[in-house]
Write a protein that binds this ligand. Sequence first.
Ligand SMILES: [Cu+2]
Length: 234
Amino acid sequence: MTAASLLGAVGLLSTAAVDPNATGEIRGSVRFHGPRPAMKVIDFSSNPQCEREHHKKQVREETVIVNPNGTLRNTLVWLKAGVPQRHWETPFSTVTLTQAGCVYQPHVLALMTNQDLEIRNEDPVNHNVHMESTVNLGSSEIEFPRGESLHKRYLRQEVWFPVGCSVHPWMHAYVAVIAHPFFAVTGPDGSFDLKGVPPGEYTVEAVHEKYGRKEQHVTVQPHQVKSMEFAYGG
Ligand SMILES: [Cu+2]
C-alpha cells in the first residue's frame, strides 16, 4: 500500500493546494454528425396548469439538442480516471435544479460531492421529486406549489442518476456527482473547458443521455492546453 492510498484509506487525504502555476487545461467540444433528430413536443394536456405556464408555446423534449454550430448540448465531460486522490474542496455555491412549467432546468446538472443542491418548485402545481440515485441514498418527496426548496448533498461520486417526477411522467433530468472539480456540461456552444488540471494521465469521459459514454486518454503537462473533440451521431 502506498502512502497516498494509506492516507486515503483512513480518510486523511492531502488537502495541499495544487500549484496553480503548474497545472494544465483540457478543452474542446462535443460534435454531432448526421441528421438532427426531431424531439417530441411534450403533451401537457393532462395538466392544464403546466400547459398555461408556457403561454401556448410548444416545448420539446430535451433528450437530444444539437446546437446551431453542430455540437451536442447536455453532454457531461469529466475526468473519469487519473485525478490525484486528495481532498478537493467543495464549492460553497449552491447548484439549482428548478421545476418551471413542469420541466426541469437544467436538463443535465453536475456538482461536486457534498455540494448543496437546491431543488426549487416555481410551478403552481405539486411535483414529486424522485432522485433515482443508487450509489447515494435515493429519495422521493413531494414539493408543494412554489413551496420551500428541498436541499440535498450527495457524499459519493455517482455519474450519473436520473431524476423524475411521479406526477408528470414526461419530466426527467440527470444529476452527476463528482468527487473533484474537473467536469463540465455542454451548453449552447457545445464546448467544455477543464481548467487547473494537475499534470498527469487522464481518462476523459463524455456522457450523453441517448448516445451513451465515450472515453479518450490524454496526458497533461504543466502549462499545457490540450484540445480534444468528442463526436456522436452519424
Ligand atoms: Cu412534476
